[in-house]
Design a protein around this ligand. Structure first.
Ligand SMILES: [Mg+2]
Length: 145
């Protein structure tokens, strides 16, 4: 099962203010992810799942270590964490699509993907993967990548 992180398991609401500046402060936005409170429903779902869990997030590799620490601190079960590589300019949907292809080539059968970005939901469904949309509200407020 694939879980997005921001808006699904972690509550990034307090970080949305980094988009009110022009240009948006991406570095501070992602660094502040270490301070996210968990989202109760996403956390509960991850804890009851009995299949391998892939955290597939478009967070940049610069915050990979703090992201893994956050997952451990919040007792989020996970088997694989995949984040956006350094210098990667692919969109979130293109990045996640390529990672899903790679997982499937390795024999990973994706039973369900959960995300708060409709573009990612559409991508998963275009591959024949069941996808569950979670409404975080982030994408109505701002034009996030
Ligand atoms: Mg998200």
């Amino acid at each position: 099962m694939i879980f997005d992180l921001d808006g699904v398991i972690s509550d990034a609401t307090h970080r949305q203010s980094y988009f009110t500046v022009d240009p948006p402060d991406w570095g501070s936005f992602f660094e502040a992810g270490a301070l996210d409170p968990p989202l109760a429903a996403g956390l509960a779902l991850a804890r009851v799942v009995r299949t391998p869990i892939v955290i597939l997030s478009a967070r940049p590799a610069a915050v990979r270590d703090s992201t893994v620490e956050w997952l451990i601190d919040n007792e989020v079960p996970f088997d694989i964490v995949i984040v956006h590589p350094v210098g990667d300019t692919r969109s979130s949907a293109d990045f996640k699509s390529d990672e899903v292809d790679a997982l499937q080539r390795l024999g990973f059968r994706v039973m369900l993907a959960i995300d708060d970005d409709q573009r990612n939901i559409d991508m998963y469904r275009s591959k024949g993967i069941d996808a569950l949309y979670v409404h975080s509200g982030y994408y109505e407020l701002l034009d996030l990548p």
